[in-house]
Design a protein around this ligand. Sequence first.
Ligand code: ATP
Ligand code: MG
Length: 465
Amino acid sequence: MNQVQPISTNDKNPDGWPFWSILIVDDEPGMRNFLVKTLVPRCHTVIEAASAEDAADILLNHHVDLIILDISLPGRSGVSWLKELREQGFSGKVIFITAFADLETAIEALRAGASDFILKPFRVPQILNAVKHCFENSQLARENYVLKRTLSSRSQITHGLVGHSPVIVALNQSLRRFATVNSTVLLQGESGTGKELVAHALHDLSPRAQGPFVPVNCASMSPELIESELFGHAKGAFSGATKARDGLFYYAQGGTLFLDEVAELPLALQATLLRAIEDLKIRPVGSTQLLPVNVRIIAATNRSLLEEVVAGRFRKDLYYRLQVVDITLPPLRSHKEDIPDLVQHFMAQLTPLLGVATLDITPTEMSYLQQYDWPGNARELRNLMERSLILGALNVSALFSLGQSVSESTTDTTLQRRGTDLQSLEKQHILAVLDSVQGDKTQAAQMLGISRRTLERRYAEWASL
Ligand SMILES: Nc1ncnc2c1ncn2[C@@H]1O[C@H](COP(=O)(O)OP(=O)(O)OP(=O)(O)O)[C@@H](O)[C@H]1O
Ligand SMILES: [Mg+2]
C-alpha cells in the first residue's frame, strides 16, 4: 500500500484544459510512457499503474478524475474491474483502450460506465479529444448538480445551529437578524464548526429563500479557470471556449452565492471579485459587456482572514468588503454542553438515511463524549455517530485509545489550558490518529472529520514553528 507510485504533476495548465488527476492503468510500459508524455503538459496530475491491484491502492490515497484503462490487464479484465470500482462508489470518468476489440466487449464496457473506447494504436489527437470530451461532460454534470442542490436546499430548510449553550443561542439570534438584511457576511471558524450550515440558514431565513443558493468551493477550482467559472465567458474568450457560458454568479441571480474557502482565491481574482461586489455587475471573460447581478454574497474560511491579509495573501479592501457582518463559529470543545443535543440531532438525522435503529447512549458514554476535545468539531462527532450507527454500537474507547495523552488530559476537566497547550494536544491527537492508520492522511483526515488539505496545512504550520 505504501509503495512509491510514478506521479507527474504540472501546475500550469493551458487554457481550457481541466485541472485534472488522471490515472493510467496499462501493463505495457511503452503505452504508459506515451500517455504520460501526451497528458502531463496538459493535466495537473498523471499517475501510472501496471495492474488493477496497484491502481486500487492508488485510488485509496489519491483523488482521481479520470482513469485511462487497458481492457486486458494481467490476470483480469479491465471491464470487470471497472464494475467492481463502480460498486465501491468510484464516480470518475473512464476511457478504455484496447488492441483487441469486439463489439460485445465494447458494449459491456460502456454499460459498466465507460465514457469512451479507443482502439490501439491511436494518435495523440484521438486521446486528447476523448479526455476533453470527458471534461465537458463532467462540467455539464456539475451544472446539473448546482441546479439540483438549489432545489433540494429548498426542501430541507435549515433554521440554524443545534445547541442551547449561551454562545449558540446568541449566534442563532444574530443569524435571524442578519438573514433579513442584504449585507455580505463573512463566516470564520475551524473546520467542521458549521459554517456551511449557517450559510444555508442565512439564505433560508432571508427574503431570498425562494431564489437559488449556489455554493462555490474556491479551493477546488483551478486558478486558471476560476474566473470563467465565477463570471462566465464569451464565445472564443480562450481556446476551447467554443460557446458562451454563464458563470456561477449568474446562476445565483436573485439568491445567494456562497464563496466557501474564500482565502484560497488567487490574488489576481480578488480584485475582480471586489469590483463585482461593489458595482453589482460582472464582466464575463472575453466580453465587453457588463451584466448587472442581484446576488447576496456569503463567504467562509477556516483560516483567519486577517492573518492572510497581514501575510499579504489576501487583499485588505476585499477583506473589509466581505466582513460587513462577521460571524465566528466557536470550536466544539468550547461549548461541550451542546454535545448531548448534537448527538440526538445527528442520530435523528442519520437513522432514516442509514435505515438503522437509534442507539441508547449511557450517561457514562455521554460523559466520555464530553471529555474528548473534537479537533474536527461537529463534523467529527457526526462522523462518529454515523460509524457507530452502522456498527450498532458507540465505540467511545476508540476516541481515547488513539491518543493516551488526550484521554489523560481531557479527563482532568479542571485543567486550565492556554492556546499552546491546546495546540500541542491537537498535534498529539492528530499524530496518534495518523499513526493508527499507518500514516494514511486521507483516512486520518476522514476519521478526524477534517479535510486532507486542513490536515496538511496543520502539518506545515508545525513545521514552521
Ligand atoms: N451546531 C450545529 N448544529 C447542527 N449541526 C451542525 C452544527 N455544527 C455543525 N453541524 C453539522 O456538522 C457538519 C459539518 O458542518 P459544516 O459543513 O457546516 O462545517 P464547516 O464549518 O463548513 O467546515 P469546513 O471548514 O471543513 O468546510 C455538517 O453536517 C453540519 O450540518
Ligand atoms: Mg464548509
